[in-house]
Every structure is written in C-alpha cells, then in structure tokens.
Design a protein around this ligand. Sequence first.
Ligand code: AMP
Length: 633
Amino acid sequence: MAYEDVYRRSIEQPEAFWGDEAKAIHWHVPPRQVLEYSQPPFRRWFVGGQTNLCYNAVDRHVAERGDQLALVAVSTETDVTREISYRELYREVNAFAAVLKRLDVGRGDRVVIYMPNMAEAVFAMLACARIGAVHSVVFGGFAAHNLALRIDDAQPKLLIAADAGSRGGKVIPYKPLVDEACAKANTPPAKVLIVSRGLDAAEPKIAGRDEDYATLRAAVGDAEVPVEWLESNEPSYLLYTSGTTGKPKGVQRDVGGYAVALALSMRTVFDVGPGQVMFSTSDVGWAVGHSYNVYGPLIVGATSVLYEGLPITPDAGIWWALCEQYGVRTMFSSPTAVRVLKKHDIDFIKRHDLSELKYLFLAGEPLDEPTAHWITDAIGKPVIDNYWQTETGWPALTLLPGLDMKPVRFGSPGFPNLGYRMKVIDESTGEEVGPCKKGVLVMQPPLPPGCMTTIWNDDARFLSSYFSHFKELLYSSLDWAIRDEDGYTFILGRTDDVINVAGHRLGTREIEESVSGFPAVAEAAVIGVADELKGQVPVVFATLRQATDEPHERVQAADGMRRTVEQSLGAVARPARVYIVNALPKTRSGKLLRRSLQALAQGADPGDLSTLDDPNALEEVRRALQRGPEVGS
Ligand code: AMP
C-alpha cells in the first residue's frame, strides 16, 4: 500500500484508522470510544478499553509459540547468554510479579528499576506491567544524585537494583549508589530489591529495607499472578528525560495507546512479525529500549535480542556475529555506535553472513552522511535514519519499509510516521514555511497513540514545556527542520543549540555535519563561543580517524575542516578555532555535551556532568584549550 494513502487516512480519519489498528492487540474489554479530545491538548485514546501490556507481550503468545525464543540476553561483560522462550518468560515474569506482590506492590504504585541490560530488567518491567504498577527505569549508569531526583519525583514504593553493572570489564557496584541515593532522597522507597549476578561482593544489608531477589524467587516457586486489567489511559510507565531546568521530566506513557502504536510500528516501520528477530542495541533505560527491546517485539510475538557490553568486545564484529547466529531481520542502533565501529576494519562486519538482515535503523541523534555511507557499504542493506524523542515513544519521522519503502535520502529521517500531523513553521510568525526553508518542527495535537500523555504529576509543566511556544496550540519538538520539495524532512538540531554568528542563525549540527565531511575527521562537536565582534563564532572540537601528534598533520586537518565548512555552508560558518582532541565529552547515550564544551571554552563551570560517559574526554578538552587551537592558514 502506498504510504501516502495510509498516512492520509491516519490524519483525516484518525478514529477509523486507530480503531482498526486497535484490533492488533488483545482487549479484555474493548474501547467504547477511540479518541476523547474535550480538553486539548490532553487526549485519551481507546477510552474504556481494558488491556494489559504484559498480557499482550507474554501470555498471549504462550499457547501458540511457547517454545519460540522471546528474549536472547547476551552479555559480553559476564560472558553469559540466556535464551528465554515465551514459556520461560511467562514463568519468570509471573515469579517476579509474585515477588512484587510479596513486597506489597500493587496497582498504581511506582517501582524504580536501576539495572543494566540483563534479563531480569525485562522480567521486572513486565512484572510491573502485569500487576499494574508503574515502572520507571533509570539508566544504570546514572549517578546517585540523578537517581535521588527521580526517586523524589516518582515516589516509588520499591527500588529494584542489580548488584552491579559492568563496562569494558570494569565492575560498577550499584549498591553504594543506591544507598547514597536513598540517603539523599526526601522520600526513599521502603524496600530495595537486589538482583545479584555475583559481580559485587555482598555488602551488609540494611535490615528491614533490603531484600534479595534469589531468595524471594525461590520462595515463590512457580506462582502465577493474575493480570490486572487497566483502563487504556492509566499510566504504564515513567521515563525521565532532561529538560531546560535541572529537574528531570517524568514522561508518562499510557497502556492501550502505547501497545497499539508499537504493534503498528513493528509491522509498518520495522517490518518484524511473529517468529522474526529484532536486535536493538539500546539500553533498557532509554526510550528505544522500552519500545523495541521489550514491549514492541514481544507484543507481536517476535524474538528480541538484548545486548550488554561494548560494540567492540571481543572484537568489532560481535553485533554482526549475533545477527548471523540468531538470524536477525531488523537491527536498531545509533549513529554514535556506528562511528565507533567505523574506527575499526570494515571486514569485521563484512566477514559475517548477513543474509537474514533486512534493515539497520539508526536513531537518537543526527546521522551524518559519511557514517551513513560507511555503514551502508559495510552491510549492503538499507540504513534507515529514525527521528524520535523520549516523548514520542516511537518514531516520528521515518521510512516505513514494512508498508512502502521509499528511497533513502542521506541526511533525512524521511516522512511523518502514521498519525503524526507535523509541520515546519516559522519561529516568530508560526506560519508554515515553504520547501527547503528552515523552521521549527511541530506536531498538531492530538498527539497520536503511544506519545506521552503528560509529565508525571505536572500537567502545567507539560503545557509550558511543549505547548506554549506558539499562538496556535502546537507541540514543539524544539528541533529545527527543513522539508524538501519531496517531503523528506531534515533535522538541523535543537532550537536550544542554535548559535548566532554576526546576525546569521546557524545550527551547530549543520556545521558538525560539514566538518565530518572532511575525510580525516572521525567526529566533531561545534559550539558557539562568545565573540566581541560577531556575537558568537563557531568553534570546532574534533577527533581524527587516525590520531596524530605531528603538528603539520594536525594543522592540515584543521585547515581542511575550515575549508570544507566554508565550501559547504559559506564563510559565515567558517570555524574560528579548531581543537583536535582524542575524545569528545558525551552522555552515556551518545549525545554530545555541547553545553559543557561551551562552558569550558568560555572559561566557565562545565555544569551538570552526571551524564558524562568518560571523564577523560573532559580532561582532553581542558588540555586542548590550554594548548591552544590548531593555527593554520
Ligand atoms: P531523546 O529524547 O534523548 O531521544 O532526544 C531526542 C532528540 O534527539 C530530538 O529532539 C532530536 O534533537 C535528537 N534526535 C533524535 N533522533 C534524531 C535523528 N534521527 N536525527 C536528528 N536528531 C535526532
């Protein structure tokens, strides 16, 4: 079917469209109304319908595909691979739910989950969903301060933590972080459940608070816990994301709308159905992890591959070896991960039999053209750029190969997904801009099923963060975009990452893309630094594909970058200074910490570094600033 026709129906007849799509999931009680929209922008999908995410992800498949693999949890950190069938998943999720019940967790209670990519993290999420508890997975690498902030906002009854995570073979004990977070929090949870993999030597337990999962698991045996049927709009989970203030926003998701949107996207976007295999390299702590490591693949009866470890351990071929071994059909990763692989021999990929693999989706950040070309060449399959936000929960801009594969256009994540009514509008007038004109990407409410329903406990912040930017009631994505004549949308960076050079507005990401086009460059970060004459000037921090200490090679590279930018974007964007470093400061999810870079470059405090992946990267930047920029022609 043509994308255009299906898309048009999703926009012009949303109730008929979504009413049909709702049939893809199991309803204990069918909805009596598809859409209720009496209080814009708040909307309720599938009103009166009763369903359950766990039932749809697990129970529904046991009879038909009980022996099929539901989850393959591979860890190159612990060297353990667990292959879990739907029947085993049913057993483990029920047992986990029974443990939750023993700990007095019930419908509507919040449960914070602080675990890496291990099978029990998936069991814990599904067990919460089963009994109607609201989970909030906090990325395992977050520090105690972040965990405490989330605890205070979500007010969980229970915190479930792994004994430890591991990264590149280095064990990171979680218990001290949990204890510190609980000490810092105003409203710490009454109970802490530790799921131990024997990575961290047992610590003295806090009596009355700490529980050991293995002990309770043994005690509940093969208990079965009935599914709690939830009204479609009850909260299923919270996922915290950063906003413009220090307080994280608890993105709240519903039950029925989310399940329906995931089922639709598994078919039309990811082209994965029952018995097929999807491998997402995301962490369960991110939006992609929730939607396409856990709920999406399981809701449609597919197999989900979950991976804990570096993409280059034991070597840079590990992901492709897994694709070969499990017959992965659709893979989902991030541009950053591909850039890591790009530093290694392409043969690590090419030597594997990828005949089952149909697509690679990449999301979370702009996909630069050199990276897109490199990985397309390496795997010989379509590489599909995917644009979405924690808030949307599923792709907002994408190609839909399961429906109608359009040609990939490098640099663009494609078209609005089904149900997403999107426009690119002028920032000040709010008018829609013409083709190839830059504007703010907005969505016209009601947002489609699956997108956030509100910010937890803070409807006012939901309105002010997303719906207060324009005269018209519109959801602002806070991203700049351009739509070309053929409707392909290009993302140019956050509205909050804009720099102004001598009156010209420039997206730092536009310049980064250009700098990365210079062959010697592995990766680049561009920031706007205050300048007396021009207001701001672009400054580049770049890593080279082949690090060098040779001054003339560094100068040559810097010159090349300046020239490339000047050629592609014009003299106004020409970087004022280029610093060559060995690493760039990033969050653990791979986003560049431009603000910290900018602060350092301006001699200020780098600010909140709790999400920093590698502290050495910051030192690198400090040293480079002391050394001074590469001075060329
Ligand atoms: P997060 O909620 O952390 O996933 O971040 C969402 C933001 O990441 C978006 O608002 C974009 O700025 C950026 N982003 C996500 N996917 C893409 C993409 N495919 N291309 C460009 N930017 C993206």
